[in-house]
Design a binder for this molecule. Sequence first.
Ligand SMILES: *[C@@H]1O[C@H](CO)[C@@H](O)[C@H](O)[C@H]1NC(C)=O
Ligand SMILES: *[C@@H]1O[C@H](CO)[C@@H](O)[C@H](O)[C@H]1NC(C)=O
Ligand SMILES: *[C@@H]1O[C@H](CO)[C@@H](O)[C@H](O)[C@H]1NC(C)=O
Ligand SMILES: *[C@@H]1O[C@H](CO)[C@@H](O)[C@H](O)[C@H]1NC(C)=O
Ligand SMILES: *[C@@H]1O[C@H](CO)[C@@H](O)[C@H](O)[C@H]1NC(C)=O
Ligand SMILES: *[C@@H]1O[C@H](CO)[C@@H](O)[C@H](O)[C@H]1NC(C)=O
Ligand SMILES: *[C@@H]1O[C@H](CO)[C@@H](O)[C@H](O)[C@H]1NC(C)=O
Ligand SMILES: *[C@@H]1O[C@H](CO)[C@@H](O)[C@H](O)[C@H]1NC(C)=O
Ligand SMILES: *[C@@H]1O[C@H](CO)[C@@H](O)[C@H](O)[C@H]1NC(C)=O
Ligand SMILES: *[C@@H]1O[C@H](CO)[C@@H](O)[C@H](O)[C@H]1NC(C)=O
Length: 710
Amino acid sequence: MNRNLVFIFVIIGILISTCYSVKIKIQDHNKIDASNAYQIGVGSYDITGPAAETGMMGYAMPGQVTGGIHFRLRARAFVFIDSQGNRAAYVSTDSCMIFQAVKIKVVQDLQAIYGEEMYTEANVLLSGTHTHSGPGGYSMYALYGITTLGFYKDNFDTIVNGIVSAIQRAHDNVKPGRIMAEQSELWDTNVNRSPPAYANNPPEEQALYDANVDKNITVLKMEDMQGNPIAALTFFAVHCTSMNNSNHLISGDNKGYASYMWEKKVNGQNVLPGQGSFIAAFGQSNEGDVSPNTLGAFCPNGSRCSIDSTCDGKTEGCIAKGPGADMFESTQIIGNNQFQKAYAMWQNASIPVQGPIIYRHQWLQMTNVTVQPQFHPLNKTGTTCRAAMGYSFAAGTTDGPGAFDFTQGDNNTNGNPFWNLISKFIAVPTEEQKECQSPKPILIDVGMTKPYPWTPDVVPIQIITIGQIVLIAVPGEFTTMSGRRMRNTIRQVLQDGGMEDPIVLIAGLANTYTGYIATYEEYEVQRYEGASTIFGPLTLSAYQQEFAGLAQSIVEGTTLPPGPTPRNLTGHTWFLLPPVIFDEAPDGDFGRVYTDAQSSYTYGDSVNVVFYGANPRNNFMIESSFHTVDLQTSEGNWTTVYNDGDWDTRFYWKMHDLAQSLCTIQWNIANTTIPGTYRITHSGYAKPSSFSSKLVAYTGISSTFTVTAN
Ligand SMILES: *[C@@H]1O[C@H](CO)[C@@H](O)[C@H](O)[C@H]1NC(C)=O
Ligand SMILES: *[C@@H]1O[C@H](CO)[C@@H](O)[C@H](O)[C@H]1NC(C)=O
Ligand SMILES: *[C@@H]1O[C@H](CO)[C@@H](O)[C@H](O)[C@H]1NC(C)=O
Ligand SMILES: *[C@@H]1O[C@H](CO)[C@@H](O)[C@H](O)[C@H]1NC(C)=O
Ligand SMILES: *[C@@H]1O[C@H](CO)[C@@H](O)[C@H](O)[C@H]1NC(C)=O
Ligand SMILES: *[C@@H]1O[C@H](CO)[C@@H](O)[C@H](O)[C@H]1NC(C)=O
Ligand SMILES: *[C@@H]1O[C@H](CO)[C@@H](O)[C@H](O)[C@H]1NC(C)=O
Ligand SMILES: *[C@@H]1O[C@H](CO)[C@@H](O)[C@H](O)[C@H]1NC(C)=O
Ligand SMILES: *[C@@H]1O[C@H](CO)[C@@H](O)[C@H](O)[C@H]1NC(C)=O
Ligand SMILES: *[C@@H]1O[C@H](CO)[C@@H](O)[C@H](O)[C@H]1NC(C)=O
């Protein structure tokens, strides 16, 4: 690619620190018989990518690169089939979001396995949990690859293969089952991080709701016909930013932890992560302006930030935190809140899910949708725009402020000469574009870059109904009020069409990522979420209109044209992170112990064993582990009680003497641990000679040590 562009990418990277019946009649809700059961299949698979040196996706912070694993990332797949054989697949992935190329490749791979009819763009819904602690580089669109130095194919392949494998597992174990739903509210677990934007929504609309974030939580309980648990699927809107931008360990954040806890509870505490048959997914929803950092945002001196999220006029120091003493504890608390509430709801889930599986999908040219007056907040005709990011995008949020002199809500295009220069160099916005995006001051005109726009312009819209459960798959981050408006629009269309008591849910960060979707009124305030609403002030209105079209087609039983074909960027990506070249250990002895275990420990202690290892980018150890904690069961016999998918252990990777790797395995001994004799192992693949692609497996073992109760 063009050298100047590469240069700009790097500069920016460094700087932005930051066929059914016409009417659906849902039958009486009092009885389930075998005729309205579904076939349900569930499966999960490892999607943990490179655990070293790779830019993490979410905070857009160069320097926040992976350096180990706290616990592994998984894709959790659900396949639903109704009594007529209609099928849909929903997958929640522990990833920041689903990028367009991921969805397209997953469907392509599924069709290579199952033929072209079984799984399609239309009946496969992929959603990200929005963890900010996973490796990035899996977007083919440039904007989302800046801080990962481009497109990292190995990570992309890992995510695609993991999702396909999870769906295959679900496909292979479908069996008759029931779905029950339960709706409730969960408090003390999310807060609005952009109250000034939310407050700009019409007062009469705000008065309809009891909070400035959705407290609603919905659980779908799945069991077989004998009443054995199969799976749980929970929807609750909250960012997975409990782990902050100082973290370097791969982590599923609060939703990943909630899944981990629930799966352990049902599958058994001695079943290693990912090995049991019960799956608990925590699907993301309209989390755009929703933070898990419930204490709010503070300045370095401990006082609250000003209302524009600054300290002394600067965003850098204003950071949200809580509810725990550190980010690990905060992750646990927010994850545990979701798990405990959902688990209690699961146990008395009372709403039988009944009815057909129906889906509609279209590709939409989002850059010039004509919005009709009934969807325009000012009751007039309008249009969406080519994509552009505003100044507040560079300011970041209180979950991860940009290390640059920007303030959220600032609309001053003359504020920063350097950024003005850079943004004009990339693409000078036309007067038409400025007017269309107004009042957003344009920082980067991502829709106008050559030869390709930096963000998708043809985006997928999709609705899947499973009985009265309605999943609206949105290609980005809807704010609280945007999500409410969208649900209300779709509920109205479905109810007018004769559907009774639909449970309408937003499946967020699904199928493609196009930034945020704020309301028209929030957009006027131009905080981070408004600045990142790329298709202009009518972005939400256009989605309401077009998704309403899908819902109308569902109730009328019509078919819809597929829409324009999205751009295929395969082969048009670039990647600047060098491969692993030097990979050495003293005497070539990979796995040699550098710092051994002590001879004994007690509850609350932390075991730290350091090994000379290899670069974890050599092999991601998918469905395996970089370490084990083993309990001695008899002389010479060991059983693994923890691996790198577990919460209680951490794997830290560090470069040593330029070419070596020091791998620290940490085990924080819980007070529920069985007293006994233990050891720690570390495994990986090493590259014994530079410039050779040959990889050799190695394992190191610590001395044995005892754990006693205190
Ligand atoms: C959210 O929950 C409240 C209270 O449970 C309920 O009245 C409301 O209808 C729910 N909203 C949506 C959009 O589901
Ligand atoms: C703390 O810092 C903020 C911003 O730097 C300042 O506005 C505030 O007055 C300080 N508070 C105290 C108690 O020093
Ligand atoms: C992240 O959280 C840790 C506590 O776990 C805290 O020490 C650190 O200051 C936080 N960093 C940022 C950038 O928020
Ligand atoms: C379970 O159902 C009972 C009775 O309907 C209700 O009072 C209780 O709040 C429910 N529990 C949860 C966690 O929703
Ligand atoms: C929108 O743009 C597409 C692609 O440039 C074009 O084919 C289409 O006609 C345009 N639609 C409208 C309503 O302008
Ligand atoms: C929108 O404008 C049309 C035409 O001026 C008018 O008939 C209609 O009542 C208006 N709708 C609302 C909700 O104000
Ligand atoms: C910028 O913001 C100020 C104050 O919020 C407002 O008066 C002004 O109209 C805005 N300018 C533009 C170009 O939107
Ligand atoms: C995209 O292009 C690549 C390389 O040319 C090709 O292998 C792939 O099948 C294309 N994908 C689609 C969905 O057409
Ligand atoms: C190890 O365990 C196996 C199976 O539990 C048992 O058959 C074997 O005798 C044990 N070996 C030793 C040395 O105790
Ligand atoms: C065990 O640890 C948990 C969590 O750290 C703590 O809440 C509990 O009080 C501890 N129990 C004992 C008996 O120490």
